[in-house]
Design a protein around this ligand. Sequence first.
Ligand code: 5CA
Ligand code: ZN
Length: 413
Amino acid sequence: MRAWPTLHVPKVTGTAVPLRLHDVARDEVAPVEAGDRAGLYVCGVTPYDTTHMGHAATYVTFDLVHRVLRVNGHRVSYVQNVTDVDDPLFERAARDGVDWRTLGQEQVDLFREDMTALSVLPPDHFVGVMEAMDTIIASVTRLVDLGKTYEVEEDGVRDTYLDLAAAGGLGELSHLDRETMLAFSAERGGDPQRKGKRDPLDPMLWKGEREGEPAWDGGLLGPGRPGWHIECTAIAMEHLGGRIDVQGGGTDLVFPHHEMSVIQAEAITGDRPFATHTAHQAMVGYLGEKMSKSKGNLVRVSGLRAQGVDPVAIRLVLLGHHYRGEWEWTDEDLAAGVERLERWRRAMSTDGGPDATEAITEVREALSDDLDSPTALVAVDRWCERSLTEGGDVRSAPGEMARAVDALLGIRL
Ligand code: 5CA
Ligand code: ZN
């Protein structure tokens, strides 16, 4: 599907600092050793109740990965999916008495507007499940041909599962104990209780058609619809091949979603690792709990925009928190973001200032050190403070600083 408009990424003074990023599988911060072309896959929204601050934090975090790689001279191929066929989407549509396709489309439109407002660079491929159906069916069929699947039949309906024992690799990404895996599987769309499965953790690849549910012709798989994890595996592999540099999403996706996506891709290619880095945005909370659609404790980007809040200030609030630490959205934080933006605007609209070279290097270094955006913002704060209190006679400095924060932080003054 159509993504959202792209943005110019200005040139930044100084030299590239190679990106180092935490990899969940290795549990260490390691260099992203991308070649000329870097492949980035980020799990996209299930289109209802978008875009809340948790979603926004995730996409801004991976926008930093995108920007740092771009500024460092890599060409980035960025792919993001849209889970436009999914039970929670059907349930919401039924609750509200609307068609699930209409709900999905409206919410994707809203998501595009929010991403544009937040200056997130668009993916090169923004792919809905419905439009990727053939690719997904081909991936499941390949796993069947490889003998890594089995079927469970109930009331004449056939479901196809991945056979984890045949595929291998369980636990190598998440490092969770089995009890936690079982709990997460039950909480996050799996069916560990289901009778007839070889391993309760085996993920469903193809769900046979049930009455009243949408279904597609799966060829030998029969009519039905895809399981969740195989969608991301198939979409990522179609556009980025059998190896990607960075796989991203929120920490709620580490298990089973990312673990299964990786196992499936490796089962298809016979090669590993599928993702050289898997990185996760920590959960953003509100009023003492994880901000989530199911709880309804949401602060939406569109809601704040409607109140007249400058989306650049929202982005500054998001960047003020390191992606690996959990945090809560508060009004005070937003007020501080609005103030910070106002100071930056004042400092960068003068016709001279203190030399910006060192501050820009600090921003590059902080971001390349596992996306340390809070430290990057403080480096810019310090330069702005000096500029506003002491002034400076380097005519090009405010412009250089403005271009650096635009290119690297996505802050467009
Ligand atoms: N469609 C699937 C991924 S294939 C999905 O998880 N959709 S979602 O709409 O629930 O979430 C979209 C993205 O936002 C995911 O990467 C998810 O991990 C992330 N996310 C959801 N809630 C939060 C939160 N409270 N804090 C941070 N990130 C979140
Ligand atoms: Zn996904």
